[in-house]
Ligand binder design. Structure first.
Ligand code: HEC
Length: 140
Protein backbone atom coordinates (compact mmCIF):
# COMPACT_ATOMS: atom_id res chain seq x y z
CA UNK A 1 0.00 0.00 0.00
CA UNK A 2 2.78 2.33 0.91
CA UNK A 3 4.22 1.87 -2.51
CA UNK A 4 0.92 2.89 -4.09
CA UNK A 5 0.87 6.09 -2.05
CA UNK A 6 4.34 7.05 -3.17
CA UNK A 7 3.43 6.29 -6.77
CA UNK A 8 1.33 9.43 -7.11
CA UNK A 9 3.90 12.02 -6.04
CA UNK A 10 6.44 10.29 -8.26
CA UNK A 11 4.15 10.69 -11.26
CA UNK A 12 3.42 14.29 -10.40
CA UNK A 13 7.12 15.09 -10.20
CA UNK A 14 7.59 13.41 -13.59
CA UNK A 15 4.95 15.74 -15.02
CA UNK A 16 6.61 18.74 -13.38
CA UNK A 17 10.03 17.75 -14.72
CA UNK A 18 8.55 17.21 -18.19
CA UNK A 19 6.80 20.58 -18.05
CA UNK A 20 10.02 22.32 -17.03
CA UNK A 21 11.96 20.51 -19.77
CA UNK A 22 9.40 21.58 -22.38
CA UNK A 23 9.45 25.17 -21.05
CA UNK A 24 13.26 25.27 -21.23
CA UNK A 25 13.21 23.75 -24.73
CA UNK A 26 10.73 26.40 -25.90
CA UNK A 27 12.90 29.03 -24.23
CA UNK A 28 15.98 27.79 -26.08
CA UNK A 29 14.00 27.71 -29.33
CA UNK A 30 12.88 31.30 -28.78
CA UNK A 31 16.44 32.37 -28.02
CA UNK A 32 17.42 30.75 -31.33
CA UNK A 33 14.84 32.88 -33.10
CA UNK A 34 16.23 36.02 -31.51
CA UNK A 35 18.77 37.54 -33.85
CA UNK A 36 20.69 38.87 -30.87
CA UNK A 37 21.41 35.41 -29.52
CA UNK A 38 25.16 34.85 -29.36
CA UNK A 39 27.10 31.77 -30.30
CA UNK A 40 25.22 28.99 -32.08
CA UNK A 41 26.74 25.52 -31.94
CA UNK A 42 29.24 24.92 -34.75
CA UNK A 43 31.42 21.88 -35.39
CA UNK A 44 34.82 22.70 -36.89
CA UNK A 45 36.28 20.00 -39.19
CA UNK A 46 39.93 19.34 -39.86
CA UNK A 47 40.80 22.34 -42.01
CA UNK A 48 42.89 22.55 -45.16
CA UNK A 49 46.03 24.69 -45.04
CA UNK A 50 44.40 27.67 -46.73
CA UNK A 51 41.35 27.40 -44.48
CA UNK A 52 43.65 27.45 -41.44
CA UNK A 53 45.19 30.69 -42.69
CA UNK A 54 41.66 31.94 -43.26
CA UNK A 55 40.72 31.02 -39.71
CA UNK A 56 43.61 33.11 -38.35
CA UNK A 57 42.60 36.07 -40.47
CA UNK A 58 38.97 35.56 -39.48
CA UNK A 59 39.94 35.56 -35.79
CA UNK A 60 41.77 38.86 -36.26
CA UNK A 61 39.24 40.68 -38.44
CA UNK A 62 35.79 39.13 -38.24
CA UNK A 63 35.45 37.16 -35.00
CA UNK A 64 34.65 40.19 -32.83
CA UNK A 65 31.24 40.26 -34.56
CA UNK A 66 30.84 36.90 -36.26
CA UNK A 67 32.29 34.75 -33.45
CA UNK A 68 35.59 32.83 -33.37
CA UNK A 69 34.27 30.05 -35.64
CA UNK A 70 31.58 32.03 -37.44
CA UNK A 71 29.09 31.09 -34.75
CA UNK A 72 27.89 34.64 -34.10
CA UNK A 73 28.11 37.06 -31.17
CA UNK A 74 25.91 39.71 -29.61
CA UNK A 75 27.16 42.16 -32.24
CA UNK A 76 27.02 40.09 -35.43
CA UNK A 77 25.30 37.10 -37.03
CA UNK A 78 26.65 33.57 -37.43
CA UNK A 79 28.04 32.95 -40.93
CA UNK A 80 27.69 29.20 -40.39
CA UNK A 81 24.04 29.65 -41.16
CA UNK A 82 21.70 28.58 -43.96
CA UNK A 83 21.29 32.27 -44.95
CA UNK A 84 24.97 32.26 -45.99
CA UNK A 85 24.94 29.01 -47.98
CA UNK A 86 26.93 29.40 -51.21
CA UNK A 87 23.78 29.50 -53.34
CA UNK A 88 22.40 32.49 -51.46
CA UNK A 89 25.57 34.34 -50.50
CA UNK A 90 28.19 33.39 -53.04
CA UNK A 91 31.85 34.32 -52.68
CA UNK A 92 31.17 37.72 -54.27
CA UNK A 93 29.02 38.65 -51.25
CA UNK A 94 32.07 38.13 -49.01
CA UNK A 95 34.40 40.29 -51.13
CA UNK A 96 31.71 42.96 -51.31
CA UNK A 97 30.90 42.88 -47.56
CA UNK A 98 34.58 43.26 -46.66
CA UNK A 99 35.27 46.00 -49.22
CA UNK A 100 32.17 48.12 -48.80
CA UNK A 101 30.43 46.79 -45.68
CA UNK A 102 26.79 45.86 -45.73
CA UNK A 103 23.55 47.47 -44.62
CA UNK A 104 21.49 45.75 -41.98
CA UNK A 105 18.96 43.60 -43.84
CA UNK A 106 18.87 39.99 -42.61
CA UNK A 107 19.28 40.63 -38.88
CA UNK A 108 19.04 43.36 -36.27
CA UNK A 109 22.71 43.88 -35.43
CA UNK A 110 23.05 47.10 -37.42
CA UNK A 111 25.28 47.66 -40.46
CA UNK A 112 28.56 45.87 -41.04
CA UNK A 113 31.31 48.47 -41.43
CA UNK A 114 33.77 48.00 -44.34
CA UNK A 115 37.01 46.17 -43.51
CA UNK A 116 39.33 47.71 -46.13
CA UNK A 117 42.48 46.61 -44.26
CA UNK A 118 41.66 42.96 -45.09
CA UNK A 119 43.31 42.11 -48.41
CA UNK A 120 41.53 40.23 -51.18
CA UNK A 121 43.83 37.22 -50.81
CA UNK A 122 42.95 37.10 -47.10
CA UNK A 123 39.23 37.19 -47.91
CA UNK A 124 39.82 34.30 -50.31
CA UNK A 125 41.28 32.25 -47.43
CA UNK A 126 38.48 33.38 -45.09
CA UNK A 127 35.91 32.16 -47.61
CA UNK A 128 37.70 28.79 -47.80
CA UNK A 129 37.53 28.60 -43.98
CA UNK A 130 33.83 29.56 -43.84
CA UNK A 131 32.86 27.14 -46.63
CA UNK A 132 34.73 24.20 -45.07
CA UNK A 133 33.05 24.81 -41.72
CA UNK A 134 29.67 25.34 -43.39
CA UNK A 135 29.97 22.02 -45.23
CA UNK A 136 30.84 20.28 -41.97
CA UNK A 137 27.60 21.65 -40.51
CA UNK A 138 25.38 20.55 -43.39
CA UNK A 139 25.34 23.89 -45.21
CA UNK A 140 26.27 23.38 -48.85
C1 HEC B 1 31.70 45.30 -36.49
C2 HEC B 1 31.05 44.03 -36.73
C3 HEC B 1 31.44 43.23 -37.93
C4 HEC B 1 32.71 42.87 -38.37
C5 HEC B 1 34.06 43.24 -37.76
C6 HEC B 1 32.52 42.04 -39.52
N1 HEC B 1 31.18 41.90 -39.80
FE1 HEC B 1 30.36 40.87 -41.34
N2 HEC B 1 28.50 41.47 -40.78
C7 HEC B 1 28.20 42.19 -39.65
C8 HEC B 1 26.78 42.33 -39.54
C9 HEC B 1 26.05 43.02 -38.41
C10 HEC B 1 26.21 41.67 -40.66
C11 HEC B 1 24.73 41.43 -40.96
C12 HEC B 1 24.04 42.50 -41.78
C13 HEC B 1 22.59 42.09 -42.01
O1 HEC B 1 22.35 41.30 -42.94
O2 HEC B 1 21.70 42.54 -41.26
C14 HEC B 1 27.33 41.16 -41.42
C15 HEC B 1 27.19 40.45 -42.62
C16 HEC B 1 28.22 39.84 -43.28
C17 HEC B 1 28.10 39.12 -44.53
C18 HEC B 1 26.82 38.96 -45.36
C19 HEC B 1 26.76 40.09 -46.37
C20 HEC B 1 25.49 40.10 -47.19
O3 HEC B 1 25.59 40.25 -48.42
O4 HEC B 1 24.40 39.95 -46.63
C21 HEC B 1 29.32 38.62 -44.82
C22 HEC B 1 29.67 37.76 -46.03
C23 HEC B 1 30.22 39.05 -43.79
N3 HEC B 1 29.53 39.81 -42.87
C24 HEC B 1 31.56 38.73 -43.75
C25 HEC B 1 32.47 39.32 -42.87
C26 HEC B 1 33.89 39.06 -42.90
C27 HEC B 1 34.56 38.10 -43.85
C28 HEC B 1 34.46 39.83 -41.92
C29 HEC B 1 35.91 39.97 -41.57
C30 HEC B 1 36.83 40.30 -42.63
C31 HEC B 1 33.38 40.56 -41.27
N4 HEC B 1 32.20 40.21 -41.87
C32 HEC B 1 33.56 41.46 -40.23
C33 HEC B 1 29.12 42.71 -38.76
C34 HEC B 1 30.49 42.61 -38.85
Amino acid sequence: MASQKSAKPAKLSTIVVTAITVAVAIGIWFTGQNSHAAGIEVKVPELSGIAQAGQRSFAKNCAQCHGPIGNGTKTGPPLIHIIYEPGHHGDAAFYRAVATGTRQHHWKFGDMPPQPHVKRVEVQAIIKFVREVQRNNGIN
